[in-house]
Design a binder for this molecule. Sequence first.
Ligand code: FAD
Length: 481
Amino acid sequence: MGVRTREDYIESLKRQKPVVYMNGDKVDNIIENKFFQVGINSIAVTYDLANDPKFSDAFTLYSSLINEKISIWTNIQENSDQALIKTKLMRTIGEVTLCPCHYRCLTTDCVNAAWAVSYEIDKKYGTNYHKNVTEIVKKIQREDLVIGGAIVDPKGDRRFSPIEQEDPDMYLHIVDKNDEGVIVRGAKSHSTAAPYTNLLCVFPSRPMSKKEKDYAIAFFTPVDADGIKFICKAPPMPEESKDIENPISSRFGHVETTIIFDDVFVPWENVFMCGENEFTVNMLRIFNSFHTWHKCCCRCASMELSIGALALSTYYAGTTEAPHIKSYLTKMIMNYEIVYACALAAAIEGFKHPSGVYVPNRIYGNTGKVFAAEVLGEERYYLQEASGGVVVTMPSEKDYRNPETGKYLKKYLKARKGTSVDERVKVIKLIEDLIASKWAGWYWGMCISGGATTQTLKERIFSDFDIEKAKEIAKKAAKIE
Ligand SMILES: Cc1cc2nc3c(=O)[nH]c(=O)nc-3n(C[C@H](O)[C@H](O)[C@H](O)COP(=O)(O)OP(=O)(O)OC[C@H]3O[C@@H](n4cnc5c(N)ncnc54)[C@H](O)[C@@H]3O)c2cc1C
């Protein structure tokens, strides 16, 4: 198959039987549950693009591993050209679909990191992990699967390491091993989209020491393996679907999940790290290099949407030409281009790992990700300030549609001469969705905490930078021998 359709993806979900809970109830069929629709749709847009004649050439490529056309999301990235093309494409996805998180990036992040690290471990210990990963990647490519990243552990008391925790299950760990495989226990917090992915990629959320070998475990697992339970939070969508209200959140968004691993059996052929604790660092490093690069690309797409929304709302209000509005727009454009430049730099300045994976440059992806998170508040300030109170005070779409009240709202919401009040209202409702809705809160959390804490990323940025070299330059300039 290599490249599947939206329908194939949904059919694959029907064949899976994950144990799912939400809002206090067990959900027997996620396909028919309204809370899963926006998430499934968010992922499905990537299948639509791969099959759209206008985009299919861009969103697919040839895999020498399976000798077939595959999706760009399942590719083992080979060179900077592929990374560059993808950086540009990810912006296109934003322009075409308006979907702020399609989650397919996690498939690339996980398969590439697993590919590289399993290769490293085999080199040192003569293990068989790379063959395992190769077979899994072939399956992922052939069936065009969606991979869920189950990485972040509950972590308990942050002052203590995994083995110092009162409860040993605060980090996922091995409880038993036999000839067939390993048995693991623990949980993974905040896993986006997990129940409507096809396979989970599970690995440690922190470097593990020699004493923590039982916590150095990485594997792929079907979402409906015995003992896996998903406790889900409903997506940030409106109560009911409307026409002009919530134009983003009624179509896109995700279910968030706490995944319980209640003594889950993982066959050896799905394992790619089991006790080789020193490789946890590189697993995180390579995953992080891919993930924050992808995050920069996605943030660009949504920053461009915000720029357009502010330009439109001030156009309809008649304030576009005001110097402070131009200054807001200029600042938003600069922020956007800085993040895009980081994504481009990460794509171009990467390195070729001995396993064949081309890894994006971490310092640029991390810098862009942190910067984009920090300026999200600024972006929202500009959108609110420039668009005015109406963004948060305008009555509902139902009042706007009700002839008794609508005639007044249409009269008093009219602004720039010669423009349509309906269009102005649509833009106001778009901005409400972007900055003052349930979805806006979720997106805020995703931009700031998703992908790693800002502090962690800043520590990596600091350690990746050559301070000693900078000091030498300064010494030379100061004429210090
Ligand atoms: C919307 C969203 C989607 C996500 N999707 C996924 C996903 O698909 N898969 C996945 O695995 N994860 C996902 N995450 C998890 C995300 O990666 C984590 O939220 C992030 O790594 C931070 O971890 P935490 O939430 O446990 O925060 P914490 O670790 O509790 O951090 C909170 C603060 O405490 C500080 N802190 C923590 N420990 C220490 C310490 N020992 N000493 C000093 N300070 C400390 C941090 O620096 C930070 O400032 C998602 C998160 C969000 C919000």
